[in-house]
Design a protein around this ligand. Structure first.
Ligand SMILES: C[S@@+](CC[C@H](N)C(=O)[O-])C[C@H]1O[C@@H](n2cnc3c(N)ncnc32)[C@H](O)[C@@H]1O
Length: 311
């Protein structure tokens, strides 16, 4: 797909009805030859809309007006390109814990959590957050993760987590203001509630920072898994990660994780991690599939805001 088509497709598939500002930007860029030429000088993985928008926000550029955005990127191209080359989209969304929780709470306790593609590790604290599934509330304090859950009885207990660790090619540090600024820049402009959630989840994680290991989800998983306490149920999990992993490496990861003791929870788009016989998704929006040990159980929305159970 051309860069122009990529931006137009992203606007239609991911941004429409979700971020008006970014939808306008993506459509404008899809017809902006000067910006498309500049983006074309970068490796393919560095041309993505989300990455460009996040970098411009990080650098203090305007994202509300396509003409001002164009001028900023052209004027500051060297700085923009330098950031694009060293960064990747590492959006860390604690809200995804709300779709993991029904599975985590149902497994034999206590748990040893190992997240691959953990970013800053904010999804490693499902036991510390509060939840609201419709009118049912679970846990106390902040953040409160709201999730519309259809087709299942929401969990009534939090998991007991005795060990938590993350693996990432580039772990971010919740106690480093520069890393938190990058996480903030990755949140779409209209999503004030997600910005607030990031602030609250970061405070939870910073109070007891997770063990985060720099490494690859295939090469370095066995060694980290071996550190988990044997008396706890090992749960290897990942959400919105495998789209960043080349297909042969995804296949190698699936083979590897199936051979580990304990359980495997995945929450990934079905074009990335396919399953036979999936029911139709609830609507045309993009959805992930929540699965336990390779068995698909539910559709979930990207930021954990809803789930439809079918398993
Ligand atoms: C979009 S973020 C998702 C973060 C987190 N799972 C969440 O849902 O909030 C994807 C993360 O996967 C990491 N990642 C990508 N490929 C990886 C690999 N081969 N091994 C380990 N981490 C990887 C990236 O560095 C990034 O932090």
């Amino acid at each position: 797909m051309s860069i122009a088509a990529d931006y137009a497709d992203f606007a239609a598939r991911e941004l429409r009805g979700v971020s008006r500002a970014y939808e306008r930007l993506a459509l404008a860029i899809s017809e902006d030859d000067e910006l498309l030429d500049l983006l074309g000088t970068l490796p393919p993985a560095k041309r993505q809309p989300n990455l460009l928008f996040g970098v411009v926000r990080l650098l203090g550029g305007p994202v509300g007006d396509p003409a001002a955005f164009h001028d900023f990127v052209v004027t500051h191209w060297l700085a923009v390109a330098a950031e694009l080359r060293v960064r990747a989209t590492q959006t860390n969304e604690a809200g995804r814990c709300a779709v993991l929780l029904p599975l985590l709470a149902a497994l034999p306790q206590p748990l040893a959590l190992l997240e691959v593609g953990a970013s800053a590790g904010l999804c490693l604290y499902p036991d510390r957050y509060a939840y609201r599934y419709g009118d049912r509330r679970l846990g106390a304090g902040e953040p409160v993760l709201e999730c519309t859950a259809d087709g299942l009885v929401p969990p009534t207990r939090l998991p007991e987590v005795v060990w938590r660790a993350g693996l990432d090619l580039n772990p971010l540090d919740v106690t480093d203001p520069a890393d938190v600024a990058w996480l903030d820049a990755l949140i779409w402009p209209e999503h004030a509630h997600r910005r607030e959630r990031l602030r609250a989840a970061t405070a939870v994680a910073a109070a007891e920072p997770p063990l985060l290991v720099r490494g690859d989800l295939v090469d370095d998983l066995p060694a980290l898994a071996a550190e988990a306490p044997a008396a706890a149920t090992l749960v290897v999990f990942h959400t919105s990660v495998l789209y960043q992993v080349p297909r042969p490496r995804r296949d190698a990861f699936v083979d590897l994780v199936r051979g580990l003791p304990g359980h495997w929870i995945s929450n990934e788009a079905p074009d990335v991690l396919p399953y036979d016989g999936l029911p139709d998704p609830p609507d045309a929006g993009l959805h992930n599939v929540l699965a336990l040990d390779g068995t698909p159980l539910a559709w979930s929305r990207g930021h954990g805001q809803s789930m439809l159970w079918f398993g």
